[in-house]
Design a protein around this ligand. Sequence first.
Ligand code: SF4
Length: 343
Amino acid sequence: MEKTDWPRTLLAWFDGHRRDLPWRETKPRDPYHVWISEIMLQQTRTEAVKPYFAAWMERFPTISSVAAADEAEVLHAWQGLGYYSRARNIRRAAQVIVSEYGGVMPRDPAAIRALPGIGDYTAGAVASIAYGEKTPAVDGNVLRVYARLYAVRDDILKSAGRKRIAQLAAETIPADRPGDFNEALMDLGAEVCIPKRPRCAACPLRDACEAARLGIEAELPVRTKKKPQTEWQAACGIVEREGRFLLHRRPAKGMLANMWEFPMALAAEEAESRRELEALLGGRAGTKRWELTHVFTHRIWHMRAYEMESAAAPAGEDWRWFTREELRQIPLAGPHARLAASV
Ligand code: SF4
């Protein structure tokens, strides 16, 4: 195979191997479906996204329905997917699409890119897949495939490496089937050119692949080490009065903004976190009812929840009492949804 032929070979492979995914079902492809699925897929495996995608589309069948929903309702539908700022941005972007584009996703990649929460990758995916625009969509999977195909040794987490691959992607995307090409790269990256031990023997691009020719496919792509994660001991209080539980709303800015959580204190040591929780609630931490380690991108919470009395429960608009039923409906901060399910 000539090196320049590989996009055709990839498309031919895609025609026989494309993955059946719920967001690929509409014909022509619905830009709203492409958009929501791509945002969900940024943080979660494809299999795990399927039920969230189905539930989301049932609850918010159109862009206008997301735009009209309360923020709490949107956050609740996103619960379990993490990174709640993405759900907030979807709602804000939907409102812009309604007010400025009559409820229809714009076609121009630059206009899509200007919407809240949409980066180059998602803009490229929506414009190419739904509208046939000749725009690359380069995410981590695609970076990996190009780094191997062209034996790019630049660090793909640095701008020089990303620029080089963005240029290769712009040069190789075919004008007649850009959306299929982008999805074919996604599928190849997900099923064949996988991060560890790529399946070169089964790869349609093997004859064009520089890394395979040099035998360095396992060494690519080059990426710098991630920031180390910080670990925290998290003591949580289960304070129940007449069938209602005391919860706190997190600040409007920062991690898990505006989400509800059980009263919680974070510290480096377990005993210290418990002491701080006791000081916060004015009561003794009693029986330990629940335990979980939750891993975020850059931090780990070792959580323990205790039954507690609270002589002087904190008050104010960020403190509220909720019934069990209400706990199922409010947006809960990440692992606190798991705790709520256990009380
Ligand atoms: S031959 Fe191997 S390294 Fe090259 S693109 Fe295919 S799976 Fe990836």
